[in-house]
Design a protein around this ligand. Structure first.
Ligand SMILES: Nc1ncnc2c1ncn2[C@@H]1O[C@H](COP(=O)(O)OP(=O)(O)OP(=O)(O)O)[C@@H](O)[C@H]1O
Length: 666
């Protein structure tokens, strides 16, 4: 499939979004704070519709268990999950202005700009060559031209090998850690593009907002950076609620908080945002999915790690069935969710040709993940991760179980008892206590959890030397401890198990609602190719913030009653209707305003309404209108909004109203 270009004038779109109050910087009258936004009525309705569709598509369709957990999270939870130590980005500082920049974004921005400049220089050189000049002269001419035009720096041609190196780095930019990014900054003399100043070497910056809980100030807490941990905390209750049946999924829609280093791209990188997350618990020995066949035939644009490491950025198209069979995608459950994510995004209106699934590279993978794919959507800001889909393995449940000594596992009755031999260690605590004092318990626990080969070695040492050494690490009493045969009984026993106990693995699709909302706005935006050049947001009826506008042809008093009646009738059949009776604006201007809000339908009350009770119905994208009785039109709008009929079909059944006059009456 060819990649379609986004034809969006971002400055014009941003103006529209502010004017129609989709969203705006928070605390604006105090000059605002970067990365914080308020949604207005339009944005709120759009977001709510996206969430409703998400709930329908995932939670209801898959019978998931929805929860709503606390946002303020005690430090202990996030220490255990690894977020306190590792939930960080790499940050550089301008050595003169002291501005902060995220290191990977800085490298990306500078190298991309150099490649763009290189491409321009080559184009100019080619053009001049075609005019008969030599390459050098052409480049010089290009440079002069560049300088003359608005003072922008002249395009600079790169050495072929260097350009190739840049492309390679960019294809795997997420794979670099702090040291790696530092080396790139030094090697390629990367500076703050806004000031031209050098930057400091990257340092880790933890993204969590820290707080303290209660008046003592001693209980440290954080605003959650993801909703997942709350769901894990409730794993046992949820399993119980599900009658111990596996697999199952929990889900939550809620706010998360990240103290982003330098938020710059509107809604795409903010410090407080709505996430919709699913934690699907699955047996590690069987990651198949019952409904895999429903999605197996969908061809997805995939960008596997191996392709990125070759320096390539074009996705390969592969059915989900093939991708799992060939091991490109690790397992059927992960593949199933990639398919469901694709269906959700394309159903709400994301253009399939501007969507790809990129696999995480090893260094990029979050500390908890063993395989991860991002659904990335192309916007005017480039490819943006909008949904992460990670196999978190058993990481979270295991670490929380170990920290709390609570069992977070599944117990399943085996169809047949399992009989096997096992080397077991039974400590003699009467001897342990007096001899090892504080270390007695940790040493006993250590021995009981040793893998079979290590326990075998201890047993052999005790038999041969009459003693063995046990080394503790990561405890409060780390060190070497000597044990003797009177302290333990190690023997091989026959075990009969009737129950299998295991920690489930977690497959986690994690959606950033704001990023999806913004990408959808860009994909829905166009400008009419007429003299007026009016903007339209072509949301489908299911996601459109408002479904139907009701308006009078003019401010004539006789329109008032039928107008209210039409709005009342629409609401009675469950269609949210907005009335626009601003008599000061012409009908054409009011249609245009409505197109900017993305409202798909408009009912107009005019002089004929008083005569025969009919109204007109206008569709936003075609601007075509039909006429019918109010009853008929209300029913039609209801069916159109619910997707029971399409506008194309409506057009085959009704005569068009001549609308040229009113549409141009702006
Ligand atoms: N600062 C943010 N602003 C808006 N949405 C965000 C932000 N950070 C993450 N998200 C959303 O949450 C989803 C899941 O979060 P995840 O931890 O996978 O993101 P991430 O890999 O940290 O994102 P990035 O690499 O862009 O910082 C992302 O796919 C994205 O849609």
């Amino acid at each position: 499939m060819s990649e379609s270009k986004l034809n969006v004038d971002r400055a014009a779109l941003e103006q529209l979004l502010q004017k129609r109050f989709f969203f705006a910087p928070s605390f604006g009258i105090y000059e605002g704070v970067k990365g914080l936004y308020d949604y207005g009525p339009t944005g709120t309705a759009l977001q709510q519709n996206l969430i409703n569709l998400w709930r329908q598509h995932f939670i209801i369709e898959e019978d998931m268990l929805e929860v709503d957990c606390a946002i303020i999270t005690p430090s202990k939870v996030l220490e255990t999950s690894g977020h306190v130590a590792k939930f960080a980005d790499w940050m550089c500082r301008d050595t003169v202005s002291h501005d902060f920049r995220r290191a990977d974004h800085l490298v990306e921005e500078v190298l991309e700009a150099r490649l763009e400049s290189d491409a321009l220089a080559r184009k100019m050189a080619e053009a001049s060559l075609a005019d008969g000049a030599t390459t050098d002269a052409a480049a010089k001419a290009g440079a002069k031209k560049g300088k003359k035009k608005g003072g922008a720096p002249a395009p600079t041609k790169l050495d072929d090998a260097v350009a190739e190196e840049y492309r390679n780095i960019l294809a795997q930019i997420d794979n670099f850690n702090g040291d790696g990014l530092g080396e790139l900054i030094t090697k390629y003399d990367i500076r703050n593009p806004e000031t031209g100043n050098a930057v400091t070497p990257p340092a880790a910056f933890n993204l969590m907002f820290e707080s303290s809980i209660g008046p003592t100030g001693t209980l440290k807490g954080y605003l959650r950076p993801e909703t997942a941990q709350g769901q894990f905390m409730n794993f046992s209750r949820l399993l119980e609620f599900n009658n111990q049946k596996m697999p199952f999924a929990s889900a939550m829609v809620g706010r998360s908080f990240r103290n982003e280093i330098s938020p710059r791209s509107g809604l795409l990188r903010v410090r407080e945002f709505t996430m919709a997350e699913i934690e699907h618990y699955v047996d590690p020995l069987n990651k198949d999915h019952q409904r895999f066949d429903d999605v197996a035939g969908i061809a997805l644009p995939l960008l596997p790690g191996t392709v990125q490491l070759e320096g390539k950025s074009n996705p390969i198209y592969m059915t989900i069935g093939d991708a799992v069979e060939k091991g490109v995608v690790d397992n059927k459950t992960l593949g199933y969710f990639l398919g469901r994510i694709y269906l959700y995004l394309t159903t709400i209106g994301i253009k399939p040709e501007l969507l790809r699934f990129r696999q995480h590279l090893n260094n990029e993978m979050a500390h908890y993940a063993c395989d991860c794919w991002d659904a990335e959507i192309k916007t005017t800001y480039g490819w943006i991760e909008c949904v992460g889909c990670a196999d978190r393995s058993a990481y979270d449940l295991c670490v929380h179980a170990a920290a709390t000594k609570k069992k977070l596992c599944v117990r399943e009755n085996l169809p047949e008892p399992r009989v096997f031999e096992k080397l077991e260690c039974e400590p003699n605590s009467k001897v342990f206590g007096p001899r090892l004092k504080r270390a007695a318990k940790p040493v006993q626990e250590h021995l009981q959890t040793l893998p079979e080969e290590s326990l075998e070695a201890v047993s052999a040492a005790l038999a041969k030397d009459g003693k063995a050494t046990v080394t503790l690490s990561g405890t409060a009493v780390d060190g070497d401890y000597e044990i003797t045969p009177d302290m333990v009984n190690i023997e091989r026993r026959t075990i009969t198990e009737h129950v299998r106990e295991y920690t489930p693995n977690v497959i986690e699709p994690s959606f950033g609602v704001g990023r999806i909302l913004y990408a959808l706005i860009e994909h829905s935006y166009s400008v009419r190719a007429d003299d007026e050049q009016r903007a339209v947001l072509s949301f489908n009826a299911a996601v459109a913030p408002f479904k139907c506008l009701v308006l009078p042809l003019s401010g004539h008093a006789s329109f008032e009653e039928p107008l209210r009646n039409a709005a009342r009738r629409l609401r009675a059949v469950g269609v949210p209707a907005r009335v626009d009776d601003a008599a000061s604006a012409s009908i054409g201007r009011r249609y245009a305003r409505n197109d900017e809000l993305g409202t798909p339908f408009a009912i107009t009350v005019d002089f004929q309404t008083a005569e025969d009770g009919t109204v007109t119905l206008r569709e936003r994208d075609t601007t075509k209108q039909i006429r019918g009785s109010l009853d008929e039109i209300v029913q039609l709008v209801k069916n159109l909004v619910n997707g029971e009929i399409t506008w194309d079909v409506v057009l085959t059944k009704y005569e068009l109203v001549n609308t040229v006059a009113s549409e141009n009456d702006a």
